[in-house]
Design a protein around this ligand. Sequence first.
Ligand code: 0PR
Length: 414
Amino acid sequence: MNEKGISEKELFAELGSFSNADTNFKKVFSSMCTIPHPVAVKAQQQFSLSNIGDPGLFRGTCEMETEVIKMAAGILNHPDSKSAFGHLTSGGTESNIEAVLHMKNRFSDFSPGSSPDSGSKLNLIVPKTAHFSFEKIANLLGIELKKADIDSSFRVIPESVESLIDKNTIGLIGIAGSTEFGECDPIEQLSEIAVKHNLPLHIDAAFGGFVYPFLNQSQSNYNTKFAFDLPGVTSVSLDPHKMGLSVIPSGILIFKDNSVLSSSLDKIKVKTPYLTSRYQSTLTGTRPGSSVAATYAVMKHLGVEGYQKNVAYCMDLVDHFQKELKKIGLKPCIPPAINIITVAVSSESDKFDKAAAHEKTEKIRSQLLEKYGWNVSATKTIPALRFVLMPHITKEDISELISDLKKELDKKTV
Ligand code: 0PR
């Protein structure tokens, strides 16, 4: 560190050049985050000193956190939003970690006397399309991930999930808005399986939580349930910092009520002698009240109608994207359920050579970035380009991107 501090002028000139090296989202089709709503940014600044890890000092922010949980419970069709139990996190990863930690703790309560088969680990059943945060969780919590098969539209097959359940299973995961395809698993069937086997079911709606509830049925073929109106769903995570238009970091973890945790809360609860609260049962300690305020602000300001408009805008982009694709003889790998589109771009013959198809897709992806500045990602499950159509994108951006994609595809080398 420098011995003497630099002037504010010098400092902000420096920050300016760092900031110029960051994206302004102009050509970003790879991110599940977007430019936050201005009211969220304003509220974040107003509450920059707030720490909900010490609730007695920040009673106002804590009240807002309670309100955010109630509003989120409403979005998730909770039959009684007052009994919903949850808190804000840093995002999908932390929410998923905590949900699975509770599953692990709860396991011993519900399997009295039946200790896991000796020598084998406790396990969690996830769809093959689950986000990589579950790999971290397995490592962190010392559990095994059992990956259930998916069908041709990349949704988990309920029979496969049920066939993987054994004596050591601590819970099930369903996804509403998968990272690669945006698909929603058949949660109604997963809910039935969860009830039948008395297992908790956590829904990872990090992305889809602020999309599916606001979809206009005429813009999507989606019409199934995924949240607390299903009896088997015990917890849901949804991220305001993705389609919720809040600031980073903002995640929400919400349980149907605190009884679904059994005695797990007591197990992770720690005494907090030097705080204004006596106990703490969240994973992290100091937590940004500024994120709570930002999320509260944008949810209150937009309301259901505002989020419906936001989703309708993105679905209109999906429509435009498909029309532009058609013009160059391409179509999405599957009809997009929400604002994520995957497109196979390698030639037909590569269908028999998956590795070559992945390689060619990757080549096109990197050309789009290097030559034209487009940030696009490629999927792992199948060889395809993946485009996330977030609110910062315009139809003009899409037309320009597709025309650059055509230029690349027209080259004989591809
Ligand atoms: N669950 C799902 C379904 C997700 O898609 C993600 C993130 C998570 C959980 C984890 O959320 P956090 O990253 O908030 O902990 N999916 C994207 C990813 O990791 C997030 C992302 C965000 C990607 C911004 C790119 C980017 O620029 O791929």
